[in-house]
Design a protein around this ligand. Sequence first.
Ligand code: GUN
Length: 301
Amino acid sequence: MGAKIIDGKEIADQIRKDLTRRIAKLRSEGVTPGLTVILVGDDPASSSYVRMKGKACKELGIYSHTLLKPPDYSEGSLLGLIEKLNDDPMIHGILVQMPVPEHIDVSKIVRAIDPDKDVDAFHPVNVGKMLIGESDGFLPATPHGIQELLSRSGHKVAGKHVVIVGRSNIVGKPLAAILMQKNQAADATVTVCHSRTENLKDITLQADVLVSAIGKVNFIKADMVKEGAVVVDVGSNRIDDPTAPRGYRFVGDVDFAAVKEKASAITPVPGGVGPMTIIMLMQNTVQAAEKALERQGRPKV
Ligand code: GUN
């Protein structure tokens, strides 16, 4: 079977159109959504992600401000900066690009961001709301993007067995929380596998929807995939390739050529989950601005 390709760019474009309309409405009410992205250090992959986020904001008409800080920027300075941004009415979203250097305590940084401006949805308040299914918080961009990819490409997960390989706080754990909720876009039976899982293949073979977020090239082989499964590849692994213009390219976790012969649908890398992550961050920034406007209009009690 030749799997159908789930086109993340096309689905991200559908969402982009909706956001363009929402941003125009906000602007007509005098509000331009604003996002500040902070990068501490000079990690090349992080620098590239931060540039992509800035470009996406510009294209949509979101005000964006990228702050590049040196690798030895102190934790105290970063906390001070976040405090200022929390109080800045022009800024609706604050994002600190991860990973941060080791001398900075990630949990302190994440907790310092006002939950109403936490467009990454890493603050425990937003994580908690996601887990209990309260809809007034933010959902993290990559797992929320995966949910949208699946539903907008016509792959309902309700009642299906979704197997997630990888238990990170950014993808695996929140995706499990999102897809197990009691609602029409979820209602899945979810299994999360990780580096200590025994008999991994026995479990992945049970998946109606298999999601790999493990960060290892060619980790998911065809013999780990059930015939007709839907496969979502979250991996973005840089490999050397002298024939590529920059001498390297990005590949996923899945042995794409072999697995696409067995799956019924599959996301490519690049062009699958990647474009969704960026657009869902934009969506969170727009949501933050809409909520801020709503709060402004509310009478003080
Ligand atoms: N690094 C890798 N993914 C992410 C993300 O979604 N948000 C932030 N802030 N950093 C990341």
